[in-house]
Design a protein around this ligand. Sequence first.
Ligand SMILES: [Mn+2]
Length: 316
Amino acid sequence: MLENIYEKIKAYDTVVIARHIGVDPDALGSQFALKTSIEKTFKNKKVYAVGAKSSKYNYFPKLDKYENTNKEALLIVVDTPDKKRIDITNLENYQEICKIDHHPFIEKFGECEYIKTDSSSASELILELILKNEMVLDSEIATYLFIGIVSDTNRFLFNTTYKTFEIIKNLVQKYNIDIESAYRNLYTRPISEIRFQGYISQNMHVTSNGLGYVIITNDIMQEYGVDASSAGNMVNNYNNIEEVIVWTTVSEDVKNKIVKFNIRSRGPVINTVAEKYNGGGHKFASGARVKNMEEAEELIQELDNLCKEYLEKEGK
Ligand SMILES: [Mn+2]
């Protein structure tokens, strides 16, 4: 399949690379690594990395605007399992679509799809594509991939095997990656976020079944000067709490008139529940969106039941 995708890249003059909404460093890392490698491998192609920008990640290059009129381009979607999560409109205006992803399969939307759920990140799959087809890999591209892998594994906490370390070892050794600056970019945060983290720690409810949840209203976000997406990203800071096996942020997104869940687990499989609520993701890391707080209560209840069933099954 990777050869097929390579053949398609070769065949098109214009390649557009898209990824999921609610962008993160793996989505951007895989997008820009692929874009840069195609540009440096084939000198005459036009390559666009598209999607909504986020000022949080301004250590990546600027995203491109692509006017889609003539239906001549190849679209490659990275790090996204389903159509509705692609950060792009007018999908039907592309000649062909390819998907490169490491999420559990949800739906087929491309002519060729390369999916590997045991991969640490989409960035790891882009590296595979590059190596398999002898495309250009240099320090710039390696750095994008490094950032994607480090971020999606949460500094090698999740989805990490000896292979992940092998890949990282090779990237760091051969391409002279400035690790310190990559980490600084990834992990430096404004004081408002640290204070906000304090709010979450103080206000997380923990049920007797081991569900931790915190409701973050728009007022609270305004008080702390954070937005809905940085509120959701906080969720990764709450793993390894003794009393908690599933934890979630429940944040009000007034602009889009929804309530967002960012859910993590260290036991129960959560993506099947998330899928029922307009979301999905990995087994132990998912997101969901509901219409209002009433529906949010329902999902909280369902997650709590999931914890309960899990504990009973485990005999705890
Ligand atoms: Mn990813």
